[in-house]
Design a protein around this ligand. Structure first.
Ligand code: COA
Length: 169
């Protein structure tokens, strides 16, 4: 790791989200996704608040030099006891201007620590097959492909595979 990268890492912090993060996270949400990472129809469903569907308790927030630049949504995957201990990453996004600075890495590292502290045994997620940045990030953190759903989505006329990935703790 270069000295420059090490310095970057020290500028990134991760913490639990609070209600006051709403506006900053909404601003990121409006620009973070595109056809390779998300669903274009989703942007039309965005509300005036970020925490509409799930509250601050479900989110880790990353700051770079004290500015909110990203989030990760971590939730129980199942509502019944047999599925206890399986968590789902239901979204991770970093503001475009703050990418490749180690923010995604910091969020994923903090997520592993958070999951272990909750006694979780597995973390799962879904990713588009074409989303190379996210797939590289997940693989770097020990996630493996558990399933492929070929041409699951038709996004702007292009068939897109859906991948299930997971990390066993
Ligand atoms: C995926 C995303 C969260 C990565 O965040 P980031 O802060 O740029 O990631 P980092 O700088 O910490 O990079 C960590 C690793 O991810 C991978 N990575 C990140 N961006 C990449 C890119 N453009 N191309 C290839 N690999 C990439 C690399 O392995 C990288 O490690 P390296 O820098 O040592 O090569 C960010 O690109 C993003 O918000 N994308 C849009 C939303 C999205 O796709 N979310 C995931 C949906 S499943």
């Amino acid at each position: 790791m270069s000295d420059e990268r090490r310095a970057d890492d020290q500028r990134v912090t991760v913490r639990q989200a609070v209600e006051e993060d709403d506006a900053a996270l909404l601003a990121i949400e409006r620009v973070a996704w595109d056809a390779s990472s998300g669903f274009p129809s989703y942007s039309e469903t965005l509300q005036d608040t970020f925490f509409t569907r799930s509250g601050p308790e479900a989110h880790l927030v990353a700051e770079y030099d004290g500015k909110v630049v990203g989030y990760l949504r971590l939730q129980d995957k199942y509502p019944f006891p047999e599925g206890a201990g399986v968590l789902a990453i239901n979204g991770i996004a970093v503001a475009p201007e703050a990418r490749r600075l180690g923010v995604g890495n910091a969020l994923m590292t903090a997520t592993t620590a958070e999951a272990r502290s909750r006694g979780a045994r597995k973390i799962t997620l879904h990713v588009h097959g074409v989303n190379t940045p996210a797939r590289q990030l997940y693989e770097r953190h020990g996630y493996v492909v558990e399933g492929i759903h070929p041409a699951e989505f038709l996004i702007e006329g292009t068939p897109v595979d859906a991948l299930d990935m997971a990390k066993t703790l």
